[in-house]
Write a protein that binds this ligand. Structure first.
Ligand code: PLP
Length: 362
């Protein structure tokens, strides 16, 4: 592998489109021909307002966000939302349904449980988190104020390939690791939230998409900067927003549009993950634990038949420019994150390396 063909398989922050990085570099000192860096622009000034509005509009178009939903660009990452969601949606002592499908839903449950009474409607624990429980096995609480899912389990390599039906109960989803990887029926959700550091851009920025009627429920003690209604009404100007991160996110939305939008991305992501999973399944050397129908197109998690070889595998991969393939510390093994910016050539390079490594060590 030549030194310029380096592929970053990190789970987050993840690989960015090279084209976007070049544009950021080019505009670093003079954004939008303003004579200033975007980093220096006052957030309430015309130049930055135009950048923010354009980013919101491009995201609305990409996802087909209906008119009665607000898009918020907040700070704090997805973990902050684990607490802020219940604070914004339900009074103290109220109940909420949560699906336990792996590492990140467990985090959401642990933090959310400090603010609401949680009913775990179904758990994948008994199956070692190798499958998403079918909705026929869910036990929803009739008094729950919302139902929370983690659409893609970044550490376990699982994803929903179907949309749950929760009737009148708002469906809330942590989409941190699959946001913008495929088209989405936004109208089926009450709230969608995602940290930007996987498919979008710099860490710290959190995107919230929320239906208007859910904006009036925040507890009075909710901090204003994290109160979804207060932020929506001030267009994110309660305090200084993440101006440079919002600018970069906007460039990524534009890049996605140039790629053909989310259907084109979904098709490319499907091809990439299918090729890698096929190579794993056909190898007799690598094994992928999640069952085939629930595997994540974003984070392929797998093990070597001989776990003792994992260190050597990671080291050799890294020496060939295949970077950051180590599994999540909680699960170990190998994880290849195939976010939007990972080109098909990167996946092909990984597969070629895996096959050569298996031949050498079988
Ligand atoms: N939810 C999911 C599904 C994630 O993958 C992550 C991070 O990897 C988080 C939440 C936490 O995000 P943050 O680090 O932005 O708080």
């Amino acid at each position: 592998t030549s030194p310029d063909a380096v592929y970053n398989f990190a789970a987050g922050p993840g690989m960015m489109p090279h084209e976007v990085l070049l544009q950021v570099r080019e505009e670093l000192l003079d954004g939008q021909r303003s004579g200033m860096s975007v980093m220096e622009m006052p957030f309430a000034g015309e130049a930055f307002q135009a950048i923010q509005q354009q980013a919101q509009q491009d995201l609305r178009e990409l996802l087909g966000v209906p008119a009665d939903y607000r898009i918020l660009f907040l700070q704090g990452g997805a973990s902050a939302q684990f607490a802020l969601l219940p604070m914004n949606l339900l009074p103290a002592g109220a109940k909420a349904d949560y699906l336990d499908t792996g590492h990140w839903s467990r985090k959401a449950i642990a933090e959310g449980g400090r603010y609401v009474r949680i009913n775990v409607a179904a758990s994948g624990e008994a199956h070692g988190y190798r499958r998403i429980p079918a909705q026929t096995d869910w036990r929803l609480d009739p008094e729950a104020g919302y139902c929370h899912i983690t659409s893609n389990e970044t550490a376990d390599g699982l994803a929903y390939h179907w949309l749950p039906n929760t009737g009148m109960v708002p469906l809330v989803a942590d989409m941190t690791s699959d946001f913008l990887s495929r088209p989405l029926a936004v109208e089926r959700f009450g709230v969608i939230y995602a940290g930007a550091q996987k498919n979008i851009g710099p860490a710290g920025l959190t995107i919230i998409i929320i239906r208007d009627d859910l904006l009036r429920r925040a507890r009075p003690e909710t901090p204003s900067v994290f109160n979804y209604r207060v932020q929506a009404e001030s267009n994110g100007r309660v305090n200084t927003p993440l101006t440079h991160a919002i600018y970069i996110a906007g460039l990524v939305f534009r890049w996605l549009k140039r790629q053909g939008g989310l259907s084109a991305m979904a098709e490319r992501n499907r091809r990439k993950s299918a090729r890698l999973y096929d190579a794993i399944d056909g190898s007799g050397f690598y094994a992928c634990h999640p069952r085939a129908m629930d595997r994540s197109p974003m984070n392929a998690c797998f093990h070597l038949a001989d776990d003792a070889l994992t260190g050597k595998f990671l080291q050799s991969a890294s020496a060939q420019g295949l970077l950051n393939l180590q599994g999540h510390p909680a699960t170990g093994g190998v994880r290849a994150s195939l976010y939007n910016a990972m080109p098909e050539a990167g996946v092909d390079a990984l597969i070629a390396f895996m096959q050569a490594f298996a031949l050498r060590h079988a």
